[in-house]
Design a protein around this ligand. Structure first.
Ligand SMILES: [Zn+2]
Length: 321
């Protein structure tokens, strides 16, 4: 059994930073807030399903891959939320964490959700998405049969008109469905080594997704923002500690989170001047000390020095506190 810990997708990290920094009266605040809510709920649903794998009784090795981003021959992206792979079959799971009454119209391929208050909303059709991913995996010509299902992570959701083409069930039905698949495909098609090779091959084909949207930095709240004040108040730097001007909360580590916001929303590199401007620091010396403390790799001479912010910035900066 190999289950990697699910990491937050980049888009969700980006939206979290947007929610911390975008002014509430920004013209697009509600648009991004809605995107954030959907993605955050989706991630919570995927985590709910992840807990099920640990209780799965499977005699053979299996792999569970998360957020696998692959490009097809037409260079279009396939983002597979969850992929279960064992030596008998590949199982594509499309996880939806939606509440309300979910109706799937087979003719129009439309999925609608009716909330308790009667509001009706359209959603991308999970069956169409799953079938698209399955076709793509088939095109990679693996010898394993490909299966797929839509899994509903919210127990209060009511499923209406389930598709006859693909199974749909609540997360509580996952174990039973897997047992059916093990029965349907009893034959081991691959050895453990071949299985590991297939998984390695898939992981090596990964494309790192990047954020297409960019928002002008002037639309963001600048400074190091106080988490205890829901990021609505600034913190100032005094004697090596950031202190909230409103609630007086003090933290050293909060600077890492603020730098992550800068990296996600503005740039992967920063100069002394940009640091002072974005984090509202008056003194060149303080900014220099902060930049040097974290030993960021840099290019350029002293005055024009550009510091390059590493991937996994939070983990990287943790070492220096
Ligand atoms: Zn505060």
């Amino acid at each position: 059994m190999v289950i990697a810990i699910r990491e937050k997708p980049l888009k969700l990290l980006w939206l979290e930073a947007v929610m911390r920094r975008l002014f509430k009266n920004d013209i697009e605040f509600h648009y991004y807030q809605e995107q954030y809510r959907r993605l955050d709920a989706g991630f919570a649903g995927e985590q709910k399903v992840d807990r099920e794998w640990h209780e799965l009784l499977c005699p053979n090795t299996f792999f569970v891959l998360h957020n696998l981003c692959l490009k097809n021959t037409a260079q279009h992206m396939h983002q597979l939320d969850t992929l279960f792979i064992c030596s008998q079959f590949i199982f594509v799971l499309e996880i939806k964490n939606i509440h309300g009454r979910l109706e799937f119209n087979q003719l129009t391929h439309q999925c609608t959700r009716t909330k308790a208050d009667g509001t009706v909303e359209g959603f991308p059709n999970a069956f169409t998405q799953t079938e698209r991913h399955m076709r793509f995996l088939k095109s990679l010509s693996y010898s394993l049969p490909i299966e797929g299902a839509v899994v509903i992570a919210n127990p209060s959701a009511i499923i209406v008109n389930p598709s006859k083409v693909l199974p749909i069930f609540h997360v509580s039905g996952l174990h039973q469905h897997l047992q059916l698949l093990f029965k349907k495909h009893p034959q081991k098609v691959l050895t453990d080594d071949q299985l590991a090779q297939l998984v390695q091959g898939l992981l090596s084909k990964q494309t790192i997704p990047h954020i297409q949207t960019s928002i002008a930095p002037s639309r963001f709240r600048h400074g190091v923002l106080c988490p205890k004040c829901s990021y609505q108040h600034n913190m100032y730097f005094y004697r090596g500690i950031w202190k909230c001007s409103f609630c007086h909360y003090r933290s050293i580590e909060i600077f890492a989170e603020a730098m992550l916001d800068y990296q996600l929303l503005v740039s992967h590199s920063i100069t002394n001047q940009q640091l002072r401007k974005f984090f509202k620091i008056d003194s060149i010396d303080t900014a220099t000390r902060l930049l040097q403390k974290f030993q960021f790799p840099y290019t350029g001479t002293y005055k024009n020095r550009v510091y390059h912010l590493p991937e996994n910035l939070l983990d990287y900066m943790k070492r220096f506190f």
